[in-house]
Design a protein around this ligand. Sequence first.
Ligand SMILES: [Zn+2]
Ligand SMILES: [Zn+2]
Length: 458
Amino acid sequence: MVRSISGSLDDEETGTTAKFDLRSLHGFVGGDLSRVPYLSPFGALLRLARLNQFTRTDFYAAFDIRLVSSEDLAKVLAFSERRLDSFSVAIGVDAGQREGWKFNEWLPFHGDVPDSRSRWEVRACIPCLREGFHTWLFQMPWTTRCPWHGTPLNRACPNCGRSFALSFKQGAQLLRCECGIDFFDRRVALRADASHNNARDSALAAYLAWAKDSRTKRRLICPLIGSESGNVLIGLANAPSGIAAAERPPSQRFRSEGRRALSVDARHELMLLSSQVEAETGTVLEVPLEWVPPLRAIATGIARHVPPGTLFPVEAEQSIAEGAISAGSNSEHVDMLYLPVQTTGEKAYVYGNCIPRPSLVALNHLLLATEFSWHDEISASHVFRAAQALVLRAYADGLRILLDRYIAALHSHPRLQPWEHVPWIVVTAEADRVSAIHIEWTRERADHLHPSPSRPSQ
Ligand SMILES: [Zn+2]
Ligand SMILES: [Zn+2]
């Protein structure tokens, strides 16, 4: 259905009449979205709602979208395929054909979708909002500025601090904040409608092409539990600097990008690890002998900081490092027997209670996701090194968490606090070979992850 709206648009404030050839598709002013490629469905809704003066209560009638009052409009359009489909049909967009319409097209990974679902916040560029423009690129954690205006993205009204989402939810005109600021400018929007923004269009096309190519090679393995993923995703995405220059604080990371094969039989070791973590029995984990020295170095480093006169006698450092702890007759401390790495003959073991479960699950997912490549020595060595990095860090966390249960003094010791590092992994693979593995860890309070029922009351 195409009809033209005859006449002109009167500007209420200046009394001037703007000269626009208004055409509407599907009955909406501004409904011809072909002039605004890469607009997100949320942006389309903003523009159409404001140009046609619909409020939230009209959305079902106008756009075929039903919303529960607490729902975030942008989040619904990003993650509810069904509602995105009905909205697309209502405004005459072919969701399968329009490039950049779906949220997932902006992600540079395949595999799990990052937990932006739980940490969702609408982010927008104020100059872009004047014309009702929003792109899914703004929702990527690695995008901190509008690539063509250069302005930082906002999550809230810069005047009063109310979040954009709040004013959307309260049923007022979209983009009109309760403090009185209206971010939308009808004239700017209509003028933008009449011309193409070539710089913006080509920047977004380049980003989408990069993300699409990256998605064919890179797989993201998200952790089992929710964690603050923003910073790690910025590091893992490694987005092109032109479009998404982002500053980030340094974090714990592992990068395996070398091309050297290992002297150990990495494939054999990976198969052994895989059979254990898949079963999730978790009593003991047999680890490659090569890992014993670094595991013992971790144990020694931690034991050295245990205050004298607490649970451990002076020889704590030595005992924990050499694999024998005397727990004495105190059966409450029986866990402590299992802290050190145990070796018998040609085998080495770490007790399962020293490895926090999210890391074991991540290890399992890493092994499952790379199994296809282990026939190749270099691929297997990448995976072996990544598995080692996961287990070493998890062991250090596990030791601190266990010690914390028995030694109250550790709780305030900066190097011994029971933090847990939660891994996010990106595997880069092409043609059945793994060429790189990157891991970034978020740091979570272990108390929060594992409310510990066995912690003695003090
Ligand atoms: Zn902008
Ligand atoms: Zn405001």
